[in-house]
Design a protein around this ligand. Structure first.
Ligand code: ADP
Length: 442
């Protein structure tokens, strides 16, 4: 309800008081004395009320204001209403914070609110269970002093945008696995979220173990079948019909062998740890070898193949894995570029890191396929890929190898014009000895 306007009554009281003054002054003839008395009375009244107001604001926690008459009464009532509203708002805000905290407390995922420099502000029960935090003992502690896993400490030091999440064993129970994420918010604050991924990980392991075991079991019989088809092909003699069938058999056996090899490689890449203690790989010379093989692959199709590699620019990693990834990209470029087309390979470094780039003038890829190319068995054109013996696993292998080296794959392509595949490696795994800046061309 809107408070009523006190001013009409105040004016009326003023007019009445002035009228009374005039009457008394006229009746007594003591104008000056009456005027002084009235002014002193008004001053004392205001002083008393000001004093009560100041006392109420400063000393009392009581909601009810002092009682008074006239305008002072209205002012006290107004202040009372303001205090009530502020108290109500305060209560609502407290309830909101309490509800919000209760909902985070009930979350099954660990949530830790971190201040600047990663000091703990608050955590929920799940964080205590999963990360071993103790509350309130650990309040204000740096999270890395409590959760000391080296990968986690490095994760905090790195820009959190660079690595979005991290899989780690729980510090409370090493058999449980956690997926940890760091989400920046407000000014220099972070939310640390951890999710129990033990069951998911177990399923993942079962799936990749299964694929690895099946592939492993298939390998021996396939090698035998392949060997037999080769022998048959050699001794088939004058039987063109039979020769065609045996040739087909050999082709399919070879495809299956490639598929099994790629599946085994993929499951090794998935399950093994990243090449933490890798070696310094001489990428220019590795690429020289890959380029030679690509020329052989091109054969009669006579592609123009150029290699431009920054000499001595080394990469810390696993040579076999890198060779397999780079060769997949280069061979794809040769496969998907028509006769006489151009394939350019570049290996160079800039402030963002080291980049291996394969550019071709081939058939290109439509935009809607690009995001899915690194999925297993994803092919733009099934017939074309299979007819050239493609397994559909090449780019999945590339993605895994790059992930293990902390690198990213970027694909740019225009149908009918060509494609560019760029692998970008972080600067921390690059090395370029001084005095080796002239490019190597092959
Ligand atoms: P595949 O064995 O089929 O080549 P990949 O995983 O290597 O499997 O590639 C997936 C798909 O990406 C291919 O089937 C092909 O359609 C497309 N692709 C890969 N590289 C190129 C390229 N350089 N130009 C055009 N298409 C490409």
């Amino acid at each position: 309800m809107k408070p009523r306007n006190p001013w009409p009554a105040a004016y009326a009281r003023l007019v009445l008081a002035l009228l009374a003054l005039v009457l008394i002054g006229w009746g007594t003839g003591q104008w000056l004395f009456v005027l002084l008395l009235a002014a002193a009375g008004a001053l004392v009244w205001d002083f008393i009320n000001l004093r009560r107001l100041e006392h109420w604001l400063r000393l009392t926690r009581k909601l009810d204001p002092p009682q008074s008459l006239g305008l002072w009464g209205e002012i006290f009532d107004g202040l009372h209403r303001m205090r009530m509203r502020a108290r109500e708002r305060d209560k609502q805000r407290r309830n909101l914070v309490r509800n919000y905290r209760d909902s985070i407390k009930a979350m099954p995922d660990a949530t830790v609110v971190l201040r600047a420099d990663y000091r703990i502000d608050w955590c929920n029960q799940a964080a205590r269970d999963m990360l071993g935090l103790q509350w309130p003992r650990d309040e204000g502690q740096r999270i890395s002093n409590i959760f000391r896993h080296p990968e986690f400490v490095a994760f905090l030091d790195r820009d959190s945008r660079e690595t979005k999440s991290l899989s780690l064993p729980s510090p409370v129970d090493g058999r449980r696995w956690l997926e940890v994420r760091l989400v920046p918010y407000a000014k220099k604050r972070h939310l640390l979220l951890a999710r129990d991924t033990t069951a998911l990980r177990r399923l993942e392991t079962m799936r990749s173990d299964f694929v690895a075991n099946v592939s492993h079991e298939l390998r021996t019989p396939l090698t035998v079948v392949y060997g037999v088809t080769e022998t048959l092909e050699d001794g088939i003699g004058d039987h063109p019909e039979l020769a065609r069938s045996v040739h087909l058999l050999r082709e399919q056996a070879e495809r299956m062998k490639n598929l099994v090899d790629d599946l085994l490689l993929l499951s090794r890449l998935e399950t093994g740890d990243g090449p933490r203690n890798g070696e310094w790989v001489d990428v220019p010379s590795l690429l020289g070898g890959v380029a030679e093989e690509a020329r052989l692959l091109s054969g009669q199709r006579q592609h123009r193949l150029d290699l431009d590699a920054s000499p001595g620019l080394l990469l810390l990693g696993n040579e076999r894995e890198l060779r397999s990834a780079f060769a997949n990209l280069v061979f794809n470029a040769v496969h998907y570029t028509p006769e006489g087309g151009q394939v350019q390979l570049r290996w160079f470094a800039d402030a963002a890191g080291g980049h291996f780039q394969v550019r071709d003038t081939g058939i290109g890829i439509e935009a809607q396929h690009i995001d899915r190319l690194t999925e297993r068995f994803y092919r733009v054109d099934n017939g074309r890929s299979k007819s050239r013996g493609g397994t559909g696993l090449g780019l999945a292998i590339v993605k895994h190898v790059l992930m293990r080296h902390g690198a990213q794959l970027k694909i740019d392509s225009e149908p009918g014009k060509g494609s560019t595949f760029t692998c970008s490696f972080p600067p921390r795994i690059l090395r370029q000895p001084l005095g080796t800046r002239e490019p190597v061309r092959a």
